[in-house]
Design a protein around this ligand. Structure first.
Ligand code: NAD
Ligand code: ZN
Length: 418
């Protein structure tokens, strides 16, 4: 007798925050999430942060103007609900961190030990999965993916190369920050700048990523870490995570680079631009020591032009870019989670507010007004936070807590109107 194992995974209906058009608020909708195809995983998102990159996307009227409706979110952590054909590195029930920067392990960047810019990142530019289709539908319409991850949904489908397995006991509502903000800032100091013991550093922009850069400078043994922000409400937290002093450019008549030169004598050894503004990139570079100073651009300036005098480079300063803190995502993220579990760094100061997904538009307002001090985590509505639930009979629990229907029914309805 031949035994044939048939696995039939259905479409999941769940809630997601959808952007229907540029400039619109998020709308909480019921969406259909199709099963994962080959080399894909479907993840139940437990917690997700709101990154400065999302704010930029929301403000931009031009980026991805034709890719709506869309489910954003890229700083997430969750549990694998099901896996597609050929997935071998994670399984149902595993805790995972979502990765906007994949690691395929095969491209020239992945094979270069000094490089983390996996060529498969370009896949996210289509806002669709690798086969050119979406796994999301809402009200009969195709919904676009974002950042390889789309974490503002209770369930999402992600390529296997865009998830990293996390420690089974890791608190997902904290380690979701390793998915972007923490790793980006911390790694910019440790990996990209390679901050040296006893050095002087300056960090421009004290959001969640800038605060993490301060933590990285401190961990690397910097003697002096100067925080720079136009919002002085950030200073207390910056000092808590390691800044030795903080300054507000608006308190001075002269340019901030001159202020920093006066404070340090020769300029700073390492400077980080964590705002995403071409003018502050120029000021950050000009604040560096004229010969050995290193300035790292962390804030993204996609579409912006830098206007920097060649004179600044003449004596030897360097300007470097950094993506995801230079970490090789799949290889290094599990280690960062373990380091967090071993209390090598603390993520608590980076979480100032927690909200339910329903309140996502409040999060946007907080970020806009700067009332949101650092980074934040939005808990998904069904988050229970208990270890037992995570380690228990997951399949049964999920089936009980969700409405299910056939994949075919959903896809037929979903794509009829495209
Ligand atoms: P955030 O909005 O929380 O923080 C930005 C901070 O900059 C705020 O505190 C704000 O007050 C300050 N600021 C704004 N204008 C300023 C000015 N002119 N001078 C001094 N301070 C100023 O954002 P975040 O989540 O910390 O992200 C920061 C940047 O990092 C964003 O540009 C984001 O796109 C980028 N980012 C890059 C990567 C990467 O891989 N390179 C990853 C994540 C985020
Ligand atoms: Zn981010």
């Amino acid at each position: 007798m031949q035994i044939v194992k048939v696995t039939y995974i259905e479409v999941i209906r769940c809630r997601a925050a959808i952007l229907w058009k540029p400039g619109a608020p998020f709308s909480i909708e019921e969406v259909e999430v199709a099963p994962p195809k080959a080399k894909e995983v479907r993840v139940k998102i437990v917690a997700t942060g709101f990154c400065g990159t999302e704010m930029k996307m929301l403000k931009s009227k031009t980026l991805h103007h034709d890719r709506y409706p869309i489910i954003m979110g890229h700083e997430g952590a969750g549990i694998v609900e099901s896996v597609g054909e050929g997935v071998s590195t994670v399984k149902t029930g595993d805790k995972v961190i979502t990765l906007f920067l994949p690691q395929c392990g095969e491209c020239a960047s992945c094979l270069n030990s000094e490089d983390n810019f996996c060529k498969q990142l370009k896949q996210s530019e289509t806002n669709l999965m690798s086969d050119g289709t979406s796994r999301f539908t809402c009200k009969g319409k195709l919904v676009y993916h974002f950042g390889n991850t789309s974490t503002f949904s209770e369930y999402t489908v992600i390529n296997e190369i865009s998830v990293a397995k996390a420690d089974a006991f890791a608190p997902l509502e904290k380690v979701c920050l390793i998915s972007c903000g923490f790793s980006t800032g911390f790694g910019a100091a440790i990996n990209t700048a390679k901050v040296t013991p006893g050095s002087t550093c300056a960090v421009f922009g004290l959001g969640g990523v800038g605060m993490s850069a301060i933590m990285g400078c401190k961990a690397a043994g910097a003697a002096r870490i100067i925080g720079v922000d136009i919002n002085k409400d950030k200073f207390e937290k910056a000092k808590e995570v390691g800044a030795t002093e903080c300054i507000n450019p608006q308190d001075y008549e002269k340019p901030i680079q001159e202020v920093l030169f006066e404070m340090t004598g020769d300029g700073v050894d390492f400077c980080f631009e964590v705002i995403g503004n071409p003018e502050t990139v120029a000021a950050a570079l000009a604040s560096c020591h004229e010969s050995h100073g290193v300035c790292v651009i962390v804030g993204l300036t996609i579409g912006d032009q830098l206007n920097i005098s060649g004179h600044l480079f003449l004596s030897g300063r360097s300007l470097k870019g950094s993506i995801f803190g230079g970490w090789k995502s799949r290889k290094d993220v599990p280690k960062l989670v373990s380091d967090y579990m071993a209390k090598k760094f603390n993520l608590d100061p980076l979480i100032t507010h927690t909200l339910n997904l329903d309140k996502i538009n409040e999060a946007v307002e907080f970020m806009k007004t700067g009332k949101w001090q650092v980074a934040h985590t939005i808990f998904m509505s069904e988050y229970l936070g208990s270890r037992e639930r995570v380690c228990g009979d997951r399949g049964r629990q999920w089936k009980e807590s969700h409405s299910w229907r056939s994949h075919r029914q959903a896809t037929e309805e979903g794509f009829r109107t495209l």
